[in-house]
Design a binder for this molecule. Structure first.
Ligand code: COA
Length: 673
């Protein structure tokens, strides 16, 4: 992806920030979203001073209650340790006095969606803060050029658009506009990404990227009410989203917002006229969670085509006009708006003819609405799950699946493989770094969501292991250096990918684990084989990792020579990895030994445990046997086969059934019921 929206790096953590993380942040507006943004930022940076300003004392009191409620819930749910939670809740000033914000390094205005109010607040902010303070507005629709038209120092301004609930929803749009300095946009995206968010850069157009989707989706749902009722629309919509438009509008009390934002979009054409009914209805009668209606298939199809029509129309328009990128729009719809798949995934599933039929039918019904301006394939020409950057002649591949901690599936593996292949014979590319998005996870392993369908089917499970191994087998034989930059936890399949790279470097806080045994399965794509062949002296430790799920810290891995260096922060890590690649380039690369390996004996585990969790003995026995068998195999390839087969075997055990179900149901497994 090379887009004007990302002139240098797509992975925001590759940009060197021109200032540190803030120590003091102010938020103007203590309504719904203000306290939620405040709680997000305090939970990520508990040491900061947060100032929450509002003109209404009552609003401030209620904001304080909200934030303290979140803190309490986090402790109760064991999401935060009490000490940590205490600092999250502390050092927050709730005030009507603007002079309290004078030392803030970042001020986020999160007041009412009203241009005049926003401009007035901006003047009040600028009257208090220094020239270097970054000022942003949390608007879902009003362009920066209007809000900041009279700003004294527009270069330090931007839009930062959060999504509800802002403390948990990872998406945030950051708007680049003609007067904002690029370093401000880069800093904001870096800061958000460093604090657990997924920033998406957009052009300064009415409703930016994601609200063009959401608002028009809701508006067209409301227009459909001439022909269908709200619960029918919601039910059909649920094929594509977790909650239908009317359910969401009720939650957000969103009808007036759609009227307002669609009225604003009418500057682009009469076809954005808001549905009249949105002005007169306060709340919709729609489906209760879990409720199902009988809808005749013709009506369902009419609703489906109309909803997909508006979704596709807006998606094409955003891409046609360069307001956002394909990858950001596709991901943003999922993480910010609760779509089950991105619009371009749905378009891919439907194929060219069906997509064209839907969009042309929609344009007939809704004259003026945008459609495709390029051929179908050009809207599919992007990588969904990896970002690709270049630093010093080295390709940086960043796994970006924030919703599942960068878990791997066939598509991610294939995309990484494609990047390797696309650049294999390019003499200007010295090699590759593989890393994870954000600073928590390199990858939380194979996507467990895929497992239930394989349980009980040995053949499918063996095939799955082989398929997942395509990338890894390519790495084994690859002629250009690949370094894994372990920016955070690397679990299961994530660690299996890392250990197939020619070298590993890690962030100091990273840790590694094979948690499969706690799921009643085993690491079947090299995990039972590669560690022993590469680092035979650490066999005892690998036994514990694989059979009991014990963790290895980055420091331990360094001491054992598994990772070659540690870094204090993300950029340092990547730069270190780039140096490693350059050092290896053009030289013979380290290969995983083919020969059998003698390993420390696997002492039997009568009652295998991982911490307090009692494991399945049947599963651990399969693991023991496979490790021994694989170590003795005369070739690496044969040893890998042992791993694939053992995965097939384990997938048919009661342990696997229980372990995977427990993960999916978010409960502790009971292996010995
Ligand atoms: N596959 C699919 N989804 C995964 C995943 C994986 N390997 N690892 C994490 N996720 C998802 C979680 O289900 C959760 O989704 P939700 O928000 O829809 O509930 C989200 O990522 C965040 O994870 P969560 O568990 O809430 O975060 P945490 O900080 O409490 O714990 C982990 C982080 C990584 C320790 C925990 O998610 C975990 O144990 N994951 C499974 C790791 C594993 O067993 N990997 C090997 C697979 S073979």
């Amino acid at each position: 992806m090379k887009s004007d929206l990302y002139p240098k790096y797509v992975n925001p953590l590759l940009n060197r920030p021109d200032r540190p993380l803030p120590e003091e942040v102010a938020i103007i507006g203590a309504g719904t979203i203000g306290p939620d943004i405040g709680y997000y930022i305090k939970s990520a940076l508990p040491g900061i001073r947060l100032v929450l300003v509002d003109i209404d004392e009552k609003q401030l009191q209620s904001a304080e209650k909200t934030i303290q409620g979140y803190v309490k819930k986090a402790i109760d749910k064991k999401k935060m340790k009490p000490d940590y939670a205490e600092s999250v809740g502390a050092n927050i000033v709730y005030t009507t006095d603007y002079s309290e914000i004078k030392n803030a390094e970042l001020v986020i205005e999160a007041a009412t969606e009203n241009l005049e109010i926003k401009k007035k607040i901006l003047a009040q902010i600028e009257a208090q803060v220094g020239e270097n303070t970054i000022i942003t507005s949390n608007t879902s629709s009003i362009p920066a050029a209007r809000i900041f038209a009279e700003a004294k120092h527009p270069a330090r301004t931007s839009i930062t658009h959060f999504f509800a609930p802002a403390w948990r929803n990872p998406a945030v749009e950051v708007v680049t506009w003609e007067k904002s300095e690029r370093s401000i946009v880069d800093y904001l995206t870096w800061m958000f990404c460093s604090t657990g968010k997924v920033p998406i850069v957009t052009l300064d157009r009415i409703c930016f990227v994601l609200d063009r989707i959401f608002d028009n989706w809701c508006n067209d749902a409301a227009l459909l009410l001439d022909e269908a009722i709200a619960p029918q629309v919601d039910q059909v919509a649920q094929e594509f989203v977790f909650a239908g438009p009317f359910f969401v509008l009720n939650l957000a009390r969103g009808n007036p917002i759609i009227v307002e934002t669609n009225t604003l979009q009418m500057e682009e054409g009469e076809h954005y006229l808001p549905a009249n009914i949105l002005r007169s209805v306060d709340s919709w009668v729609t489906l209760r969670p879990g409720e199902k209606l009988e809808i005749d298939s013709q009506k369902a199809e009419m609703i489906r085509d109309r909803l997909l029509g508006v979704l596709f129309s807006q998606s094409f328009d955003i891409i046609n006009r360069g307001i956002g990128t394909l990858e950001d729009l596709n991901l943003g719809c999922q993480i910010a708006l609760g779509f089950r798949k991105g619009p371009f995934d749905i378009i891919r599933d439907l194929g060219e003819t069906k997509t064209e039929n839907i969009i042309s039918g929609f344009q007939k019904e809704r004259p003026g609405m945008p459609g495709m301006e390029s051929d179908y394939d050009s809207y599919q020409n992007f990588k969904r799950h990896v970002l690709v950057d270049e630093m010093d002649g080295v390709k940086i591949i960043t796994i970006r699946r924030p919703q599942v901690m960068n878990a791997l599936n066939d598509e991610v593996n294939m995309e990484i493989l494609e990047v390797l292949k696309e650049n294999e014979s390019d003499p200007d590319v010295k090699g590759f770094v593989i890393t994870g998005y954000g600073d928590r996870a390199f990858s939380a392993g194979a996507d467990i969501g895929k497992f239930p369908e394989m349980l009980g089917d040995a053949g499918a499970s063996v095939q799955y292991s082989r398929d997942c191994s395509l990338l890894l087998r390519h790495l084994d034989q690859f002629d250009k250096p690949v370094v894994a930059a372990l920016n955070g936890l690397a679990l299961g399949g994530g660690f299996e990918l890392a250990i197939r790279c020619h070298k590993l470097v890690a962030a100091e806080q990273a840790w590694f684990q094979f948690p499969e045994v706690t799921l009643g399965i085993l690491p079947g794509i090299g995990g039972l084989v590669v560690p022993y062949r590469r680092w035979p002296n650490s066999a005892k430790l690998f036994h514990d990792m694989i059979r009991q799920g014990s963790r290895m810290t980055a420091k331990e891995a360094l001491d054992l020579g598994i990772v070659s260096a540690l870094a204090g922060d993300y950029l340092e890590l990547i730069e270190m990895a780039v140096r490693e690649v350059k050092e290896m380039a053009g030289k013979p690369l380290p290969r995983i030994p083919d020969e059998p390996v003698e390993i420390t004996a696997l002492e039997p585990l009568e009652k295998p445990k991982a911490g307090k969790l009692t494991l399945s003995k049947e599963v651990v026995d399969i693991i023991n046997k496979a490790i021994e068998e694989a170590a003795a195999k005369p070739s690496f390839e044969e040893a890998l086969e042992v791993g694939y087969k053992a995965f097939g075997e384990v997938a048919c055990t009661e342990g696997a059934k229980e372990g995977i179900s427990a993960f999916m149901e978010n409960r502790t497994p009971e292996f010995n019921k």
